[in-house]
Design a protein around this ligand. Sequence first.
Ligand code: NAD
Ligand code: KPL
Length: 306
Amino acid sequence: MQHTPWHILGAGSLGTLWACRLARQGLPVTLILRDTARLASYQAAGGLTLVEQGIGRHYAVPAENFASQTPIKRLLLACKAYDAEQVVKRLAPRLAEGAELILLQNGLGSQEAVAAAVPHARCIFASSTEGAFRSDDWQVTFAGHGFNWLGDPAKPAAPYWLNELADSGIPHQWTADILTRLWRKLALNCAINPLTVLHDCRNGELQQHPAQVATLCAELAELLEYCGQPQAAVDLHEEVLRVIQATAANFSSMHQDVARRQRTEISYLLGYACATAQRHRRSLPHLQQLHGQLVQHLQALGLPST
Ligand code: NAD
Ligand code: KPL
């Protein structure tokens, strides 16, 4: 049987994790790299390396850059939320009739922007709790087993190719409630990540700031209720406390970005929450204050605050 080729934009942590698992199943995968220099560097490395349980395996996944004209039928968009819209606009002329995009971005906002940029394509939203990090150039370490929820708010029918994910060992489930999943994760990230940056601490140290966490959870739950996501609000505070405890020794992803002096996804997390509150003309004073403090903190460090 002929398989539809997978194109993967972004050979970073999640892009590499997906590319290696699909490729080792014998599925046709092509990476789209930023430019000629990155393509040359990749070709010199001879492929991707995925480290699992301390063992690195090499996958010679083919790659191209934006100069390629090959039509794209299925695209896994594995870049950061702030890069998604621009990248998709560049690739739009290559998207075949009926093309499908799988959007792996955390938070909310980038998915709508991408969908608006390519109205002729099907945009499948994903929410991932898998964990991976770049341990070297073209090398990624699979750090935390998790799960991927996929769904399409515009069309509830599951795509026919989900079995390719199952065969490749990519844990996933199709869900009609993908927006609820994304809102829930956004709320968890808003309750934890900015505080870890401002207190410069591991997740577990937030146990020393119970009132601050509780106030944020109450405002986030209120936001979820009035923006049509009451399910995402159920027991939010309890889950935040559970996650803080379960990940006590970890630094949040936003803390890691700041520690590496990298741009954060603030606009797609806390920024998106505050913008939604404003759109609904609601006041969420503690969330708004937290957003202001985080913006100031990032600016003081010379990092982008959007
Ligand atoms: P990453 O920074 O490791 O990888 C992104 C890749 O996209 C990079 O290789 C970058 O070079 C590439 N890219 C950006 N613009 C490009 C362009 N114009 N052309 C070609 N390549 C381009 O990011 P990541 O950690 O894989 O995260 C991707 C998304 O998944 C984020 O929204 C993140 O929050 C989310 N996420 C990540 C993890 C994780 O464990 N890493 C877990 C859950 C969710
Ligand atoms: O997803 C997370 C992150 O660090 O981005 C958790 C661990 C849930 C903390 O918000």
